[in-house]
Design a protein around this ligand. Structure first.
Ligand SMILES: C[S@@+](CC[C@H](N)C(=O)[O-])C[C@H]1O[C@@H](n2cnc3c(N)ncnc32)[C@H](O)[C@@H]1O
Length: 402
């Protein structure tokens, strides 16, 4: 509950009932003021989510009807209904606007932060690679976004990278038909508004897929031919490139108990559980020994072993889960990877008391940024780097991304 005295709350109800209605969810007056301003702006500019926009249109555009709708929306928000489902959109990065709708997860600021950070690293690597190798070498970049939801990660990466990688292709997959349909709508919406360039039809695509099924991998593998060699120290790519270059995912990663115990009321009651808590895999014995909340990572790391992306970037719930994911990655491919953990704000300096590395089964893994553990970043070494692994200079940043 808000930290206001009972008389202050009574005064608020008497003088500014809209702020009072928002307070149970917003917690502070400052944030209630902000949300009231946003809801009011959207009511007056007729840019609400479609379900509320149609109510607004049915009731008419006079001031009395708009005020009635504003009161209704503030009460709804005060009961924990997500703001983005009322307004209908959420900015994601500096360039993209994401439509939000019940049934599909609302994009989070932490996801936006690591997506932007990843794009920055890729642009930096491109710059140095071009300097070393000349123009045109990195026109192609193939990104696969598993569990894409609203398409926010896929769309932001495309918008931040297409200038450097003009032939970039991004594919987003999700099991939920409402998510796939919203992701396609978000693509069209951002292209229409000039926020996204889509030079060719398959530059960005979204498809309905259960990533635990087997049939979706073959078409991706068909696009490329490469072979693996068995090396005494692990399996290595003959060709420099795998079937995709970057595999990203923000999969469901909350345990059932964590969902009931730790999530906010607004999330628990209104956002899709399928997006947050992994469904039990009753008929899939492959992951029987993995913690239920980690099961998507096990699957995605197995997929990475097949597709051989140069980079794998996985959002996680906290540092403990990040450590478990690093451990799983090492069990699958212990030698050929550089590993990092990123915190919520990977570009910030760590705060006092935030360790800058963790030990994972004897390996020191750097932890970058500030906040909770949020991302596991894995980079597969190319053959040259692999062979020169003892020479740390050879694998320091910026990386070879071709
Ligand atoms: C945490 S949400 C992430 C959404 C989006 N990438 C984001 O960052 O906002 C996880 C997504 O995984 C999808 N999902 C759940 N089970 C899946 C499966 N077996 N295969 C593919 N997608 C799945 C859900 O529908 C949901 O959209």
């Amino acid at each position: 509950m808000p930290r206001l005295s009972p008389p202050a709350i009574r005064r608020l109800h008497a003088n500014t009932p809209l702020l009072a209605a928002l307070l149970p969810t917003c917690k502070t007056l400052n944030s209630a003021h902000n949300e009231l301003r946003w809801i009011r702006e959207h009511v007056w500019s007729c840019t609400l989510a479609p379900q509320f926009q149609s109510i607004a249109e049915a009731k008419g555009n006079d001031e009395k009807s708009r005020n009635a709708l504003l009161r209704r929306l503030c009460r709804l928000r005060g009961r924990g209904y997500p703001l983005q489902y009322i307004l209908g959109t959420q900015p994601f990065g500096r360039h993209i606007d994401i439509k939000c709708r019940p049934g599909v997860l609302i994009p989070r600021p932490e996801t936006e932060a690591w997506t932007t950070h990843l794009a920055k690293l890729m642009r930096r690597a491109w710059k140095v690679n071009r300097h070393m190798k000349g123009e045109g070498i990195h026109a192609h970049l193939r990104i696969l976004d598993l569990c894409t939801g609203s398409g926010c990660i896929a769309l932001l990466l495309h918008s931040l990278l297409f200038r450097k990688f003009p032939k970039i292709r991004v594919q987003g997959l999700d099991i939920e038909p409402r998510a796939v349909s919203l992701a396609k709508e978000n693509l069209a919406y951002n292209v229409e508004r000039g926020l996204l360039q889509q030079q060719n039809a398959d530059a960005i695509s979204f498809e309905e897929t259960d990533i635990f099924s087997a049939d979706w991998l073959a078409p991706i593998l068909e696009q490329v031919s490469f072979s693996l060699t068995d090396n005494p120290r692990g399996r290595l790519l003959h060709s420099e490139r795998g079937a995709v270059d970057i595999l990203v995912s923000n999969p469901p990663y909350i345990s059932r108990e964590g969902f009931d115990r730790d999530t906010e009321r607004s999330v628990r009651n209104h956002e899709p559980r399928l997006a947050l808590v992994p469904e039990p895999l009753a008929d899939n014995p492959s992951y029987a020994t993995v913690l239920p909340e980690d099961v998507f990572y096990a699957r995605i790391l197995d997929v990475a072993e097949i597709l051989r992306p140069r980079f794998v970037v996985l959002e996680v719930g906290d540092l403990a889960q990040a450590v478990r994911v690093v451990q799983m990655a090492r069990e699958r491919n212990s030698d050929a990877e550089e590993v990092e953990i990123w915190r919520d704000w990977p570009d910030m300096q760590p705060r006092e008391g935030e360790p800058e590395s963790v030990d994972v089964a004897g390996m020191t893994v750097p932890v970058r940024g500030s906040g909770n553990g949020r991302v596991v970043f894995l980079r597969r070494l190319n053959l040259y780097e692999y062979e020169n692994k003892s020479n740390r200079k050879a694998i320091q940043r910026p990386w070879n991304i071709c």
